[in-house]
Every structure is written in C-alpha cells, then in structure tokens.
Design a protein around this ligand. Structure first.
Ligand SMILES: Cc1ncc(COP(=O)(O)O)c(C=O)c1O
Length: 407
C-alpha cells in the first residue's frame, strides 16, 4: 500500500527531465519554430541579473518574448512600415494598451464618431471610472476635430475606413489639425482595415514635408483579421517608429501581463506570406459585389470607399488603390428591419457573425441609430458584408436568392 514516503518517480524521471541530448541547432525550413515557455533558463546568476528583454536582446520570461514572438514582431514591422511592434492578446487589447499607457486621470481622448464600438465602450465604462474623459469628432470634418481639442487632449484616435459605415477620413488633414492644436497629444490609428497594405499611416506624405516625417505615432492592428486570415486566432499588435514611445508602451505591456500563445503566433506567421494575395482577392470580390449591389432597387446606398458616392471617397482615392473586402448596403427605409433580418437569415454562403478577412463570407445587420453619437445621415437598416474567399458569382447568387426572402 502506498504511503507518503513513497516516491512515484525513479531516476528515469530525472533522466527524462534533464536529458543531456541537444539537437543540432542548424535547422532551416519554411515554418518558424514554435517556442513555448513560461520559464526561460539562465546559465548563471549574472545572466539572470543582467539580461534585458526591453530591447529584445535576450530572453527572460515567456511573457517578455520568445524567438517565435520576436520573429512575428519583426515581420509585422515590415508590414506596418514601423520600427517596433509588440504582440497583445487581441485587437481590442491593443487599443486598451495604448489608452492605458498614454492616459491618466484628467486627460481626454478624442474618438471618431464612427469608432469601432468596443473602443468606445472601453472609454465609456472603464476609462471614465479612472477620470479619463472622451469626446467625439466627425471623422470627415477636420474642423470638428479642431473644435473638440482642449488642453487636456492627450490622445487622438483615427480609423480608416470606418468599420461599418466605411467613411474614409482625410487622414492628412486630421493629423495636421491634431499636430497644430494638440502638440501635447499622441495620434494613434486603428489600422485593421488598411492592414499595412492599403496605405502606410506612418508615412502619409504631405506637400513640403518629408513623407517620412508625417504620420501617426502608433498603429494598432487586429491580427485576428487579415494577418491571421484563418478565422482561428485572436491577436493584436501595437506598432510605432519611436523607440522611446515603444519602450513606454512595452513597460505598460509588461505590467499588464499581456501574453500570446506560441501556437497562435505560429498561425499568424503562417498567414503572413499570403496576406497580400488574400487582401487583393477580397478587395476585388468586394468591388464586384458593391457594383452588383448598386444595381439592386432594395438598396438605397452602397458604402465602399472605392465608390465615388461613398463618404470620403476622394480621401481614399488620394491615398490608396486598394481596399479591404468589406461592403455595407443600406436597405430602403421602407423595408422594415424584420424583413432585413429575414434576408440575412436566408443567406446560405454568407454566415452570420462578427469579424472579417477569413475564408468564409460574413454578414451582420446594424441599426444606424446605434452607430453614431453626433449625427446620423444613414437611413434604413445597414447590412455589412465581409467577403471571404468563395467564388464571387456564387456569393452574388446567394445574395440574390436571399433578397427573395424580403417578401
Ligand atoms: C476595426 C477593428 N478594430 C479592432 C478590432 C478588435 O479585434 P479583436 O477582435 O482581435 O479584439 C476589430 C474586431 O472586429 C475591428 O473590426
């Protein structure tokens, strides 16, 4: 019978745990190795005391980075046109990190009126409890941004395009205004839609100013979308060019205990080589669907930055040739929202769900009244279509048959 003095192990356990074999380090293949660890060993106490994770020159603990995460960060810096990138557990966590790192009690942040909903919710319900207030500006009107700026403004968020209503702001005009009137503020962009491919927010170019010196301070990216591309990962990144700012953000990252799983990092590394091809394919498909939607009497508006009638089209055209594979249709207000719901329910290839940039096309209805704080010039139920990688003719056939369900 076993008692407490029984040792369930034999020397085999020790030998297995402390096995002397070391595989040859020379290994070269397409996939980046998946390094998993909480603890990282130090060869001696001196190394434990002296190793620095902040400049990524060494490994100290799983949360502070592994060869796998450092590699993804370096590759994302290329995609983002940035010098420094850090990984966080989701796109929303990236937004949270920026807010918490840069704001304190008494500060104010400015949000575009079409901001990604959870970013607004964060400001309303969490930041407000810490005495951090927020104001909204019309993303299509730099004068409205100017009016919102106060001496307390410490952070200005930009988003291009708006993730449901697709307005494309005059990024240069907004940045010019913020730099002139709020020199004390940092400027951050939610760069998920552009994905590092449609435009470079760090180098926007400005007449008379070196392109290298005109852009945002920080770009956050929901890697959950295009970089992953598989619909199987939640991750975000925070990119910047300035090393002091990066270190400041890195300390907040460290104190918050943000970590990402190595398997997820590996999945994003696998997605990156095809991101440009997928972005382009979904862009072309969305434009065909937008053109088709314009021919349908059920829709009073089709929102996609490449369409001349879409809000901010000229700003998009001045900066980009590409667009993400998202298109929003506004149903005729005479069509009750319950009938629009029946249309959405009738879709077969488009699946009902949030997010975008995976292989499966997604659909979600929105009530325009809930999307704006300042104004709403949208009428009729909005339905956002996120185009996947299916055949476009099949998708149009699906949309056509579902319109039959409107009754
Ligand atoms: C524009 C935008 N930013 C950020 C996020 C947040 O990404 P995540 O789902 O990884 O938190 C999303 C997700 O839908 C998004 O659409």
């Amino acid at each position: 019978m076993a008692d407490e003095h029984d040792d369930p192990t034999s020397p085999v356990s020790t030998a297995l745990i402390h096995h002397a074999y070391r595989a040859p380090v020379e290994w070269d293949a397409i996939p980046v190795g998946v390094h998993k660890a909480s603890t990282v060993f130090f060869p001696n106490v001196k190394a434990l005391r002296e190793r620095r994770w902040i400049d990524k020159s060494a490994y100290t603990y799983g949360l502070k980075g592994t060869p796998t995460s450092f590699t993804l960060e370096a590759r994302l810096a290329v995609l983002e046109g940035a010098e420094h990138v850090m990984l966080v557990p989701s796109g929303l966590a990236a937004i949270t990190l920026v807010d918490l790192a840069l704001l304190k009690t008494g500060d104010e942040l400015l949000l575009p009126d079409n901001v990604y909903g959870p970013s607004l919710s964060l400001a309303q319900h969490e930041l407000a409890r810490w005495g951090i207030s927020h104001r909204f500006y019309d993303p299509l009107d730099a004068a409205s941004l100017a009016q919102s700026i106060t001496p307390a403004t410490k952070l200005v968020w930009l988003e291009a395009a708006g993730s449901v209503t697709m307005e494309f702001p005059d990024l240069r005009g907004l940045i010019r205004t913020a730099r002139a009137l709020a020199p004390q503020a940092r400027i951050a962009i939610d760069h998920t839609w552009g994905a590092g491919l449609a435009f470079n927010p760090f180098r926007l170019g400005e007449p008379g100013v070196d392109a290298d010196d005109f852009g945002v301070d920080i770009a956050v990216h929901a890697l959950t979308k295009f970089p992953s591309g598989g619909g199987d990962v939640l991750m975000g990144s925070v990119a910047c060019r300035d090393v002091a700012l990066h270190h400041h953000l890195s300390w907040t990252h460290s104190r918050l205990g943000y970590g990402v799983g190595a398997d997820d990092v590996s999945a994003v590394l696998r997605g990156l080589p095809t991101i440009e091809l997928r972005y382009r394919a979904q862009d072309l498909a969305a434009r065909r669907i937008a053109a088709w939607a314009q021919t349908r009497p059920e829709f009073v508006r089709v929102l996609h930055p490449a369409l001349p009638a879409s809000p901010g089209h000229a700003h998009w055209a001045a900066l980009c040739t590409q667009a993400a594979g998202l298109v929003t249709v506004a149903f005729d207000p005479a069509i009750a929202s319950a009938r629009v719901d029946a249309f959405v329910d009738a879709l077969r290839l488009f699946r009902i769900g949030w997010s975008w940039a995976g292989p499966v096309s997604l659909v979600a209805p929105y009530d325009p009244a809930t999307l704006r704080k300042r104004s709403s010039d949208y009428r009729g139920t909005l339905v956002r279509l996120c185009i996947g990688l299916e055949n476009v003719d099949d998708l149009i056939a699906d949309l056509t048959q579902a319109l039959g369900a409107l009754g």
